[in-house]
Design a protein around this ligand. Structure first.
Ligand SMILES: [Zn+2]
Length: 155
């Protein structure tokens, strides 16, 4: 269900390896440190993925859509708060979580290149759509009713 480029960006998020504006300026490229998504703070790795209002809104939308709760500040280190959930649900939640991290970075890049910022609810809806499409494309086995109902609720 994971998209390889999502996984790569998620890995880079965890290691703080993305070229955020603070790193670019340190390397001698660019002058404007402001966050492209909220313009209220300087863009750093911690800001972009843990403090930015845009990212917080994305996480909030994801939590609401999936019916789960996990701490905003723990975007990269989230460890399946829903222990009562089935393994399948946890896998889908994890894939959506990784997709939103990628989506935030992608939104930031689009804001830089196209001066356009996607709405957080649209970003989350697109991520869930991709995850479910990949799941249904690979899944041929019948599912427990509990999982089917949950998937229908997030579709
Ligand atoms: Zn921001």
């Amino acid at each position: 269900m994971n998209v390889p480029k999502w996984s790569f960006i998620f890995w880079a998020v965890q290691l703080k390896r993305l070229l955020t504006r603070d790193r670019m300026i340190q390397m001698g490229f660019g002058h404007d440190p402001s966050c492209l998504l909220c313009t209220t703070a300087n863009e750093s790795h911690d800001h972009l993925f843990y403090q930015c209002p845009f990212s917080a809104h994305c996480v909030s939308c994801l939590q609401s859509k999936l019916g789960v709760k996990f701490p905003v500040e723990n975007l990269a280190r989230w460890d399946s708060s829903g222990r009562a959930r089935s393994k399948l649900q946890r896998k889908l939640i994890c894939a959506c979580h990784i997709g939103v991290a990628y989506g935030i970075w992608n939104a930031r890049n689009k804001a830089r290149l196209e001066a356009y910022v996607i709405r957080p609810d649209v970003l989350v809806r697109n991520v869930v759509k991709v995850v479910l499409a990949r799941f249904w494309a690979r899944n041929t086995a019948s599912l427990p009713t509990k999982d089917v109902r949950w998937i229908q609720s997030i579709s």
